[in-house]
Design a protein. Sequence first.
Length: 293
Amino acid sequence: METHSEEYNKTKARIKAKLDAAIEEDLLNGATSEKPKKSRLIPILVTTLSAAAVLMAAVLINTSRKQQTIDSIKWVEVITAYGEKKAVTLPDSSTIWLHNDSRIIYPDRFSGKTRQVFSSGEVFVKVTPDKKHPFILSSNGVNVCVKGTTFNYRSYPETSDVELTLIEGAVDLKMNIGGIDKTVSVTPGQIVKANLTEGRISQFTFAPEKYVSWKDTKSIYFNDETLETIAVELQRQFDIRIEIRSEALKTTRFYASFLDCDDPMLILKSLNTTGMMHIVQKGNTYFIYPNIY
């Protein structure tokens, strides 16, 4: 007879597999399209998983000396499209805000020793304190473990970069890099970025009281991001297409922040302070060339 812990771990693996499969399907569907992935993401969706998916989802088994009780859990999936944001209240009253092109999977009620949620994309999370039941957000092989806190977490499937911004509370960021398990303890006012492929981990500091979340306004932060990564983020934010016609420009890194800016051209021009880029807009597509003096 399997123990509760063994069955729960299998449950987590099944849900993660479902999330990964859904992400892979989205990537394959959008792989041949010349446009950003807006069409493949239907407007904000909140659904209870189908019967087949439920069978793949959580069945938590609690064992005792006298009997075994099987407790079926219904899992809920939330998806946002390009340019959309959505707030979701979890069964424990925690709140998760989904940024554009993101998704979460969570149970209709928490059972067991932990509160497990799966995510893809960017989310802002305000966790209801519960010291006896840690909250675990899993994404891209990384676990964010908290007991009660507020943080922003970004992990899109098409990149090996993850980023956590801690506003208040305490967080343990657990990840496996190169076959080695690593745990980074994060305190308020810290941003931790990790590249899961290269094994690079970097940390930045900021003033939590001055932090403005994208959930409250149109805010965009770039902390040591390549122009290629920035282009992807702007495509999600504004539902546009950006083509960078220079490998050197793609790897150029920037630090920048923008508040209440709804003009992608203005953002690109602001990044071009050194004049290294020549930016041309044709309809909904922005072409970036190296500037030839």
